[in-house]
Design a protein around this ligand. Structure first.
Ligand code: EPU
Length: 423
């Protein structure tokens, strides 16, 4: 098992390229199931969750190959005429996004067997909305032996209307993928507006789907009988970009994050500015300059275009050394403050009460061994290590590797004293 060791206190300077979005690559790979033939997804980051999705598709009978050299961010997928329409527990338990194959499987083959994901470090994360919406498209759903068994009784789903009770990203994506091959029109209300949902809609359109309204709360889909293979380039990763921007904003840094899209990150950018960072949009991306001690800022997480829950932990690190107190409210997941206990070990002064955390800025953090609990929490601990005086060891780096393509290789050229070692 690896650990990341950081000698903190060095402001970051230079340029760094953002990778493709994990949370756009995963649904695009799942969407390949919707058509027989040879697909290609470009700008796919090389990280553990993408490999898990590749293993899942391979388990079903698809061929999944990542390119080499200049093509190392292209994943080619060969989808056969028939597959084993099943997502086993062993894979789903390591990555909840495996549930994204449910919609495509039942849409194309009229049946699917997908393990229920179970609990998660950041909250309960049920998939009831995915299942209710699929029922509205005529799927018969049964829960047996820990698996969701879904069937389209006539072999093909029927268009229908459904309004989501909660804003769900993968729920919206799953049902969009189910509806594109259904018979007739589907209207989905209260949809997630995240850029990754819109990116999937574009990918589906490239396959020949008739879909409109993505990026708004109402998505309308006219089902077609057949789709063609996918060639799609996924959008830049706004969470990796945001993480790098916060890294740049720490302690007098000056970093250009190349390739990121400001319109995907307004919720974060507004709060970074309020905290005193200077942000400059340049043609290549976004430049951030951190000047002096951050100012305290209150923020609450919310669905897009609000402040992304996936950036909450990282932003909290910046506020941990602010010149005053900030209130952070997590509204999306019920248990997403696991990083707080670890930040306390580095000398932060944070108290939580249910959905809120009171972050009293301290003048400095001091390095210590810390334990990663989930993906974004581990990114926050790396940021805290960059800031802390002395040496910080981040253990359980496999959480970080699920969603970041070797974060240390992006930070080291900026001057960070960071290395990966065997724990
Ligand atoms: N929810 C339900 N019922 C459902 C679905 C969701 O109650 O059927 C609740 C969840 O429990 C949660 C809220 O709705 O409280 C939002 O969950 P959502 O379904 O939107 O989350 P998700 O689709 O499982 C995706 C990202 C997450 C990101 C969230 C929120 C992917 C693969 N994952 O998860 O990313 O935090 O949206 O933006 O797209 C990450 O990358 O670190 C990560 C956790």
């Amino acid at each position: 098992m690896d650990k990341i060791v950081i000698e903190g206190g060095v402001p970051l300077r230079g340029e760094v390229q953002v990778s493709g979005a994990k949370n756009a690559a995963l649904p695009a790979m799942a969407a390949s199931l919707l058509a027989e033939g040879d697909h290609a997804v470009a700008n796919v980051p090389d990280l553990a969750d993408v490999r898990t999705m590749g293993r899942l598709l391979a388990h079903m009978g698809c061929e999944v190959v990542r390119g080499a050299g200049d093509d190392r961010h292209v994943v080619s997928l060969r989808v056969p005429r028939s597959v084993i329409p099943e997502a086993p527990y062993e894979l789903v338990k390591t990555m909840r996004a495996s549930v994204l194959v449910l919609g495509p499987l039942v849409a194309r083959w009229g049946r699917a067997r997908v393990s229920l994901p179970g609990g998660c470090a950041i909250g309960a994360r049920p998939i009831d909305q995915h299942l209710k919406a699929l029922s509205a498209l005529g799927a018969e759903i049964a829960l047996e032996h820990g698996y969701v068994e879904a069937r389209a009784p006539s072999g093909r789903l029927q268009g229908g209307s459904f309004v989501f009770d909660v804003n769900t990203v993968t729920g919206t994506e799953n049902v969009m993928m189910a509806a594109v091959l259904a018979e007739g029109r589907t209207v989905l209300g209260n949809c997630a507006c995240e850029p990754e949902v819109a990116d999937l809609a574009r990918a589906l359109r490239e396959m020949g789907a008739s879909i409109e309204g993505e990026g708004t709360t109402e998505i309308r889909i006219d089902g077609v009988e057949r789709l063609r293979p996918l060639y799609h380039r996924v959008i830049p990763d706004r969470i990796e970009a945001g993480t790098l921007l916060v890294a740049g904003a720490l302690a007098g840094g000056d970093v250009l994050v190349r390739g990121c899209l400001a319109e995907h990150m307004e919720g974060l950018l507004e709060k970074l500015r309020a905290a005193g960072a200077t942000l400059e949009a340049v043609p290549a991306g976004l430049r951030v300059i951190g000047d002096g001690r951050p100012r305290p800022v209150d923020f609450r997480t919310a669905p897009f275009p609000g402040f992304a829950t996936d950036m909450q932990a990282q932003m909290m690190v910046l506020l941990a050394v602010a010149d005053g107190s900030s209130v952070v409210t997590e509204t999306v997941f019920e248990n997403r403050f696991m990083h707080v206990q670890e930040l306390l070990r580095l000398g932060a002064d944070i108290t939580t009460d249910g959905k809120t955390a009171l972050v009293k800025g301290v003048t400095e953090l001091s390095g210590a061994p810390v334990m990663a609990s989930d993906l974004r929490a581990s990114a926050a601990l790396v940021l805290a290590g960059l800031l802390a005086k002395g040496s910080t060891e981040v253990l359980r780096v496999y959480h970080l590797d699920r969603g970041y393509e070797r974060l240390e290789d992006k930070l080291a050229p900026l001057g960070a004293r960071i290395r990966r070692m065997k724990a």
